[in-house]
Design a protein around this ligand. Structure first.
Ligand SMILES: Nc1ncnc2c1ncn2[C@@H]1O[C@H](COP(=O)(O)OP(=O)(O)OP(=O)(O)O)[C@@H](O)[C@H]1O
Ligand SMILES: [Mg+2]
Length: 308
């Protein structure tokens, strides 16, 4: 598939001396939904802002549809719609005026039928004459999407589209984004939530501390992320694991009374039944057990370790 955005060796050090992005190399494919997944301060907004020409990179090169973002700024910007992380828009304007004006900013001739379609798609049609300050938070977020779509961009950036949005609306938002992709728009979104990346993305890039540590097809990554742990409190402490249990991914915690089994929730068999039966055979009893999902934090730590 053709790369619509090509990021080569991009890095960013802010004036404060803070290194927000180390060397980033990434190709975004046309018509994909790409999720940038990472914790607070990872550099997601910085990367998006650089591609959109809002922040200058300290080095590297970015091509959008074959054009250099610095040299062909206007042409590139016209291809891009951006829904920023922070809600910011003129509170006194009406919904209709804001979206129409946004279209004009990019030199597109007025097209009421298109603006109407966008507002209807985002369930904002009945609010078209309302002033923005009278909208709820979720409506404002949808308005920002409408605004970003006003000039018919081929690429849409959504920076934390569902932050502070309730479950119902989050699902609507996912639906909207899928619809956009199906209509030919390439979508790049940022998120903290694994579930969101899982639900939405075709590919996922994991970013942490300014480094893109992994880029992978969703299905493959979810297999890696879908790990759970089973913690067993043993009746009697063990000095060491018996050889009969060596085929399992087991960790005996210091003290010897806690055994942790890591298994893959996406695998056909988790191996729990076999493990428990082998433990019984080895005469190892347990008094309690609990399962836990690896946290986002664990996963990042794990991925960082693997990528080194
Ligand atoms: N204008 C700036 N000047 C100095 N440092 C900045 C500036 N903007 C961002 N940073 C720093 O760069 C790092 C990356 O910030 P960025 O906003 O890109 O992270 P993010 O991944 O979008 O985080 P979040 O999930 O919280 O939105 C942070 O440590 C942040 O403090
Ligand atoms: Mg951000």
């Amino acid at each position: 598939m053709k790369a619509i955005i090509s990021i080569k060796g991009v890095n960013k050090t802010y004036a404060s001396g803070h290194v927000a992005l180390k060397t980033v190399n990434l190709d975004i494919r046309e018509r994909e939904i790409f999720a940038l997944l990472g914790p607070n301060g990872a550099g997601k907004t910085t990367l998006i802002s650089i591609i959109c020409g809002i922040v200058n990179p300290s080095g590297g090169e970015i091509l959008v549809d074959g054009m250099d973002i610095a040299r062909d700024y206007r042409a590139v910007r016209a291809l891009i719609g951006l829904v920023p992380q922070e809600l910011s828009t003129d509170m006194f304007e009406t919904v209709w005026a804001t979206v129409s004006f946004s279209r004009g900013l990019f030199g597109k001739p007025s097209n009421p039928a298109y603006v109407e379609k966008v507002l209807r798609d985002l369930s904002l049609w009945d609010k078209k004459d309302s002033r923005i300050m009278t909208l709820s938070g979720g409506m404002k977020r949808r308005l920002l999407i409408a605004k970003a779509l006003a000039h018919e961009p081929r690429i849409l950036f959504l920076d934390e589209p569902t932050a502070g949005v309730d479950v119902e609306l989050r699902k609507d938002m996912w639906q909207i984004v899928r619809g956009l992709r199906d209509s030919g728009v390439t979508v790049i979104l940022t998120t903290h939530y694994i579930e969101e990346a899982e639900e939405m993305a075709d590919r996922i890039g994991v970013i942490t501390k300014g480094e893109l540590i992994l880029v992978q097809d969703k299905v493959e990554l979810m297999r890696k992320l879908g790990k759970k742990q089973l913690t067993l409190e043993l009746q009697k402490p063990l000095d060491a694991l018996p050889p009969s249990l060596s085929r399992y991914q087991l960790e005996l915690r210091p003290g010897g009374s806690t055994l942790v089994f890591t298994y893959d929730t996406q695998a056909e068999r988790t191996g729990i039944t076999a493990l428990l039966s082998d433990m019984r055979e080895a005469g190892i009893g347990f008094k309690d057990l609990a399962t836990s999902q690896s946290s986002l934090e664990d996963i990042f730590v794990d991925l960082v370790r693997q990528s080194q």
